[in-house]
Design a protein around this ligand. Structure first.
Ligand SMILES: [Zn+2]
Length: 113
């Protein structure tokens, strides 16, 4: 579900929100419908406006992502995050955010051709 535009389309937002459910930062319960879509690889660095490069972040976590130290990456369409050094003592490691990856993204993709 890709697009050359910088802004995610309504269909892309819907697919990402269905996948993530809430802001992806652990412990944050802001519903996906109230979040903003964050480019994991920044658009300015060539990151595509695609569901595999977008995650739900609430306003606060989106604004302060860099300062807070959370790291986000996508692995084959699944979101992984790494806690900031001030929060996680010892070795930092990547964790899956979505417990069970659904096929909703693919369903939406098929529906929209
Ligand atoms: Zn949040």
């Amino acid at each position: 579900l890709g697009s050359p535009e910088r802004c995610f389309t309504a269909a892309q937002r819907r697919a990402i929100q269905l996948r993530d459910g809430t802001c992806i930062i652990p412990g944050c319960k802001i519903p996906a419908a109230m979040t903003e879509i964050h480019h994991v690889i920044p658009h300015s660095e060539g990151g595509p406006t695609h569901t595999d490069n977008g995650v739900c972040l609430c306003w606060w976590h989106h604004r302060y992502l860099a300062a807070s130290g959370w790291a986000i990456r996508m692995v084959r369409g699944a979101v992984q995050i790494m806690a900031p050094p001030w929060l996680e003592t010892g070795a930092r490691k990547w964790r899956n955010v979505t417990k069970s990856r659904t096929r909703l993204t693919d369903a939406v993709e098929r529906k929209n051709g």
